[in-house]
Each structure stands twice: as structure tokens, then as C-alpha cells.
Design a protein around this ligand. Structure first.
Ligand code: ADP
Ligand code: MG
Length: 653
């Protein structure tokens, strides 16, 4: 069996058709023949199946070979068409070949038909392959275009002269040029910032000359430029190809703006976390020391005061005692600041209006700031109330104002501003040692036009003893105190500073639900400290107990001293005479001051109470103290201070 051949013959003579078939069989083909002799039959046959070749008689009676050729070309352009003729003239043959016939075989030379078919089948096959390859090429082009069109990265093709050949839609959005604007222009002019252009030219020239490159085949990060001249970070990878001996380059560019922003945000959150952890650690450390220090300072201060009473004005030892007293006062002040920082101060929060606090200390601020600093206040008219200790809040404003003054040695402006602020995103506003929590706040901004701070300084300012001022000028405790007071009042603080423009501190205090109490006028006259009532005194620190005991006795009181709650309850139960006031420490081994106060009240409902506290956080809350209608004195206290407090309580009805 030879090669199978589907042969369509356009031939009126059956005999001639038989002859062709015979000849082809002899040549080795297994011929399947269909013979047609009219135009409609030809069309129908072409549609009916696949053919290898058409052989057409030149001298048909019903229609001629030219017409047949047209029909075949139209429906099967690749199908070989061979003319068979007994009589064709040279001219007609040339005509037919021009019209697309593949060959003309004379009936007198039928032996040619076999080789002609061989050749036609071969050529038809290679035409088919070529067409397939072309189609594949078109298809791959289309696919490539689709990829480039939807690629998230900018893809830019560049020729050997550095000119843009292609620019995909992502490139259009990323750089802000339309494809047509970009094409044929030098890539350097279009998307490389001026500052990098020279380096680009050199590297490109070196690559063309030597084939070397530090960029091709690797990913690099650099800065690119948009149509509007703005610069942005990108990641870039370049591949090189060769086209007819000339290199061309494809650059894949990814916009890193968003990623960098997120990285920056993460880094700043981490920095903030580190900072807040550091502040916590310092706070615990400082808190531990100050706790022990408060009692010591009360004792030193108290005894030096007692000594001063006894040592006469002209006694040569008096100056020494005065020195001890002065040093202990300074130490007590230091301790007080450290306690503020470590949030151990006992606050006396009131519901108040921030504006009223500022108006109240404005005259004092003006004196502190001096003539060269202009004070401007911008107070929001409908500011919500906050809950804070008014004198502590004044301390905050004062410390910030003093720092601002120090930052403006040649004068400037200090602005105090209040406003409402709602924080509704967690990541918002992280410019201080702690991220501000969601919520509604009244905000106090203190802005100066002074020297400002760099980032390094800003990250340390709230630490105790951090100062940039000369020895003797700064203690480094101003902002630590501010920090402690604000945080203890459940607020937040943030700083924004620029060495060119100055500094703003924002103090965020949470809105309180109640309406503002009226600002309380300070008590002008100091009440007398002496008395004759019976005072139950409870303190586990023996030195402090002795000191207060002696003092109160010297002031005329009857003092019943106890070293712990047990002892105090005993005294309370055994004594038949009245006890007017119990003065008790808060944190003590065994039963604490709060529980003791309740026990005492249960036994003597009229008993007045005063807590001595160095430990607001772990000791006694605002609410509990109010429920007991008890007074509070903050350790370390001065003895006259204690005396006044006791007198106040005893005199109150
Ligand atoms: P001190 O004022 O004793 O140095 P602070 O705790 O009040 O301590 O301030 C710490 C440091 O913070 C200052 O030494 C100064 O470097 C910086 N600082 C505070 N406030 C400002 C401000 N308004 N402008 C510039 N720097 C400031
Ligand atoms: Mg200061």
C-alpha cells in the first residue's frame, strides 16, 4: 500500500481520469478519487472533505479551468491546483500559473503527474508548517501583550541607545507618561532623577563597551522620577536580550512607596514600643528607690525641724542644723518629682475645665516667661471637662512653659492652645512615648518658637535626669514630672519638634462625663496648727512614727501611737475616752490602712480619718477615700503641712 492520496479531479472524461489514477497508482499512491465536472459539484466536493490535490482539465465544456481555480483558491487557498491539458497553448499556461495554478501537465506526458504530485504534497506540507509557525507567533505576541498589559510592575523595553521602545500600562500609571509620549525618548530623561543621571549614562556606556554591568540580572533598589518631577523608591531588575546583533533591555520596575511607608510605620511603632518599655523599666526602678526614700526624707526633714525649734538663734550649731534642713528640703523636692514620674503621687483629681486652669496661672506664667517671650492663648470655647489634680496640672503647664522659655533665650512666642480631639484609629498619633488610645480628649498644646530638638533628643526627654542644659541649669526632671502626672491622669503626651521652627507638646486628657466643678480658690490664710484632740497615729516605719508622734505631742495633741493595724484596733477598743482622728499609713505589713480605716469606723462612726500615702497606685483609690470621707497627705510631707492638714480635718464639720 502506498501513500494515501485524496484526489479531486475536475474532468468531464472518465477515461482521462482513469489514466491519471493509473499513473499515480503506478507511482505508488493509494488514490481515492472523486471526479466532478460542474461548478456546483466542485464547490460541494470542496466543502465535503479534506483534499490533497486538485487536478483540473483545461478544456471543460461546462466551465473552464480559470473559474475552477478561482473557486478552489477562495475556499482552500493552500490546496495544490494542477492543470491537465491536451491542448493548452503556452500563453494560456503562463496565464494559469500566474492565477495560482501550481503546474501544467500535458496529457501527452502523463508520466510527469506522479513527480508533480510528490512535489506539491511536499510544498503544501511546508506551507502548512510555515502558516502554523506564523499563527503561533501572532498568538505568542498577543499573549505577551496581554501579560504586559496586566502586569503589576512597570515593564519598559529599551533599545541599545537607551531609548524607550515599549511602555506598559503599569508604567503609564507609575510614571505618569502615556505610552506614546514615552516611546522613542531616552529613558534617562524620562524616569531617572537628575541626581542619578550621570551615573546611569556612565554605567550604560560601560556596559555597551565591555558587556559588564553590576545591575543586569540582579534586583536593586533606587529612586525613580515621575512625570511631575516627584521622586519615589523603586525596585528594579533589568534583563538583556540581543536582536540582530544589537542588545536590547527590559526593565521591570516595582513601586516601593507603599512598602516603604509600611516599613517606616512598623519601625516607628517598634521604636515607640521600645521607648515605652524603657520608660516602664525606669519607672519601676525609680519607683522602688523613691518609696524607701520618702520615709527617710520625712525623718531627716522632721528631726532637723524639731532641732531648729530647740536650738536658739545665737547657738553656734544652728547654721549646721539649718544646712541639714535645707538639704533635706531639696532632697524631699527631688523625691517628690521622682514620685510624680513613677506615678506614685497621690493625686486629688477634680472635674475641671482646662481653660480655667490656664487662665488661672496666666499671670504667673507671664512673670516666669519674662519680657522677651510673648504669651498667646487660644482657648477653645466649648472645651469638655477633664478629671485631673488642678495643682498637678498647673505643674505640667509650668514645666512646659519653663522649658519653652529656656529654648528661646533671645525671645519668641509661647502659644497655649486648647482644643477637642477624637482619636479613632489605634495607630494614630504615635509621636510620644506611648501611643494614644482611642477616645475623646481635651488637648492642651504648648508651642514655642525656640531651638527645637533632633529626633535623638526627642526620644530621651521624658527620662528622669535627661538634660541638655549646663550643670546647675537643668535637673532633667521637668518633663519626667509632666510625663508621670499626665499618665497618672490617664492622659497621653506627644511631642513634635523641628530645630528650624520650634516645639509643640500636646497633652491629651480624656474627657470626663461630669460637668466642671468651679475652680477652687486657694486658701489664703494658713490655719493654726496646734490642738488638743486625741490622735491615733499608725505607721510601720518606726523612725517616722517617732517623729510624727513627737511633733504632734509638741503641738499639744494627745497621741496614741501604733506600729500596725492590730495594735491600732486594740487601742481603739480599749480606750474609753474619745479619739478624734486617726492618722494612718496606707501600705503596711498585715492589714493595710484602708481596711484598718473601715474597722475603726465600724467601732467609732464619728472618727475622722487621714491617710499618709507614698503609694497612690497600689494603695488607695480616689473613690474609696471619698467613700470614707477621709483626708490624704502625700509623703514626703513637711511637719507644718501635716499639722495644717490635721487641723483642717478636725475643724471641718
Ligand atoms: P531640664 O529642663 O532640666 O533640662 P526637662 O526634663 O524639663 O529637663 O527637659 C529635658 C530636655 O528636653 C531639656 O534639657 C531640653 O534638651 C529638652 N527640651 C524640653 N523642652 C524643650 C523645648 N520646648 N524646646 C527644646 N528643647 C526642649
Ligand atoms: Mg525643664
Amino acid at each position: 500500500m502506498g501513500h494515501r492520496l485524496s484526489l479531486l479531479m475536475v474532468e468531464d472524461s472518465e477515461t482521462d481520469a482513469e489514466l491519471v489514477v493509473l499513473e499515480l497508482r503506478r507511482h505508488g499512491y493509494d488514490v481515492a478519487l472523486e471526479r466532478v465536472d460542474t461548478a456546483p459539484a466542485l464547490s460541494a466536493a470542496l466543502e465535503s472533505r479534506r483534499w490533497d490535490i486538485v487536478v483540473c482539465d483545461h478544456g471543460l465544456p461546462s466551465f473552464d479551468s480559470r473559474q475552477a481555480l478561482c473557486t478552489v483558491r477562495e475556499s482552500r487557498p493552500d490546496l495544490p491546483f494542477v492543470i491537465l491539458s491536451g491542448t493548452i497553448g503556452e500563453e494560456a499556461a503562463v496565464e494559469a500559473l500566474k492565477a495560482g495554478a501550481r503546474d501544467v501537465v500535458l496529457k501527452t506526458n502523463l508520466a510527469r503527474v506522479g513527480p508533480v504530485v510528490d512535489r506539491e504534497l511536499r510544498e503544501a506540507e511546508s506551507r502548512r508548517r510555515l502558516r502554523g509557525a506564523e499563527e503561533a507567533l501572532v498568538e505568542s505576541e498577543a499573549r505577551k501583550t496581554a501579560i504586559l498589559d496586566t502586569a503589576l510592575d512597570a515593564v519598559i523595553s529599551i533599545d541599545h541607545q537607551g531609548r524607550i521602545v515599549d511602555f506598559n500600562p503599569s508604567a503609564e500609571t507609575m510614571f505618569g507618561f502615556a505610552r506614546d509620549e514615552a516611546r522613542a525618548r531616552p529613558v534617562s530623561e524620562l524616569i531617572i532623577p537628575l541626581s542619578l543621571r550621570q551615573r546611569h549614562h556612565e554605567a550604560f556606556a560601560r556596559h555597551l563597551a565591555t558587556g559588564q554591568s553590576t545591575i543586569i540580572g540582579t534586583r536593586i533598589e533606587l529612586t525613580a522620577m515621575r512625570a511631575d518631577g516627584s521622586e519615589f523608591p523603586v525596585e528594579l531588575s533589568i534583563t538583556r536580550g540581543d536582536l540582530s546583533g544589537r542588545p536590547f533591555f527590559t526593565a521591570y520596575v516595582r513601586d516601593l512607596t507603599e512598602r516603604k511607608r509600611a516599613e517606616g510605620e512598623r519601625a516607628s511603632l517598634e521604636a515607640q514600643l521600645r521607648q515605652s518599655q524603657k520608660m516602664e523599666a525606669i519607672g519601676r526602678f525609680v519607683g522602688g528607690i523613691t518609696h524607701d526614700f520618702t520615709n527617710l526624707m520625712s525623718v531627716v526633714g522632721g528631726y532637723s525641724q524639731l532641732l531648729l525649734r530647740d536650738v536658739r538663734e545665737d547657738d553656734p550649731r544652728r547654721p549646721n542644723v539649718e544646712e541639714i534642713k535645707a538639704a533635706s528640703d531639696r532632697a524631699a523636692e527631688l523625691t517628690r518629682q521622682l514620685m510624680a514620674f513613677s506615678r506614685q503621687q497621690a493625686l486629688e483629681p477634680k472635674t475641671l475645665d482646662l481653660n480655667a486652669v490656664i487662665l488661672g496661672i496666666e499671670p504667673m506664667l507671664r512673670r516666669v516667661l519674662g519680657e522677651d517671650v510673648e504669651l498667646v492663648t487660644r482657648l477653645a470655647p466649648d472645651l469638655g471637662p477633664v478629671r485631673a489634680d488642678p495643682s498637678q496640672l498647673e505643674q505640667v503647664v509650668m514645666n512646659l512653659a519653663v522649658n519653652a522659655r529656656d529654648a528661646m533665650p533671645t525671645g519668641g512666642t509661647l502659644a497655649l492652645e486648647t482644643r477637642h480631639a477624637g482619636i479613632d484609629r489605634d495607630a494614630d498619633e504615635h509621636r510620644g512615648p506611648l501611643a494614644i488610645e482611642r477616645g475623646s480628649y481635651s488637648v492642651l498644646s504648648v508651642t514655642d518658637t525656640g531651638a527645637g530638638m533632633d529626633a535623638e533628643t526627642q526620644s530621651q526627654i521624658f527620662e528622669p535626669f535627661f538634660t541638655t542644659k549646663e550643670v546647675g541649669k537643668g535637673t532633667g526632671l521637668g518633663l519626667s514630672t509632666v510625663y508621670g502626672i499626665v499618665l497618672q491622669s490617664k492622659g497621653f503626651i506627644r511631642v513634635e519638634s523641628d530645630p528650624e521652627r520650634g516645639t509643640t507638646f500636646d497633652v491629651y486628657l480624656p474627657l470626663a462625663d461630669a460637668r466642671a466643678d468651679l475652680p477652687q480658690p486657694a486658701d489664703p490664710d494658713t490655719p493654726p496648727a496646734r490642738g488638743s484632740e486625741a490622735v491615733l497615729l499608725v505607721e510601720d516605719d518606726e523612725a517616722l512614727l517617732r517623729l510624727v508622734h513627737q511633733t504632734l505631742e509638741a503641738d499639744g495633741y494627745t497621741v496614741l501611737a501604733a506600729r500596725d493595724a492590730r495594735e491600732a484596733i486594740d487601742i481603739c477598743e480599749r480606750r474609753h475616752a474619745p479619739i478624734d482622728l486617726a492618722v494612718t499609713d496606707v501600705v503596711m505589713p498585715g492589714m493595710g490602712g484602708l481596711q484598718l480605716a473601715r474597722e475603726l469606723r465600724a467601732r467609732r462612726p464619728d472618727l475622722k480619718l487621714l491617710f499618709m500615702s507614698g503609694y497612690s497606685e497600689h494603695g488607695i483609690g480616689d473613690e474609696e477615700r471619698r467613700a470614707l470621707n477621709a483626708g490624704l497627705i502625700q509623703k514626703p510631707f513637711s511637719l507644718p503641712g501635716l499639722g495644717r492638714k490635721i487641723r483642717d480635718l478636725l475643724d471641718a464639720t
